[in-house]
Design a protein around this ligand. Structure first.
Ligand SMILES: [Zn+2]
Length: 115
């Protein structure tokens, strides 16, 4: 299940950032997911729940923002919205957008440094 490795990478990244900010709890994580990755959002959510168990991310909400794919022919510049390796002109398609998996935002509660 490839969603699991994405969830794992996401949680590791989020944990590192949250800990560096001194967070005691994370409420929400926002991730941008390109449609070319063919990630099933429900699977990703399920894996996220599993991976965040016993961490400060446990019980946090996972918000998934989808990015539509955009491929452009290197030869004629024609644009495609779905995955294909070649243009009808025979040119190769380059992925401009849609293969990203980016941690965009973390909503967390930070311990007051004074106390
Ligand atoms: Zn073309």
């Amino acid at each position: 299940m490839h969603e699991f490795s994405y969830a794992q990478a996401l949680v590791e990244n989020a944990l590192r950032i949250a800990e560096s900010k001194g967070a005691k709890k994370v409420n929400k994580v926002v991730v941008e997911v390109g449609s070319l990755l063919l990630i099933n959002p429900e699977q990703l959510r399920f894996c996220y729940e599993v991976v965040t168990k016993n961490t400060i991310l446990e019980g946090s909400e996972l918000e998934i923002e989808n990015t539509e794919a955009l491929l452009v022919c290197e030869n004629c510049g024609k644009e495609y919205r779905e995955l294909s390796s070649m243009c009808e002109c025979g040119g190769f398609l380059k992925v401009e957008r849609g293969d990203e998996f980016v941690l965009k935002r973390i909503v967390m509660e930070v311990e007051d440094a004074q106390n």
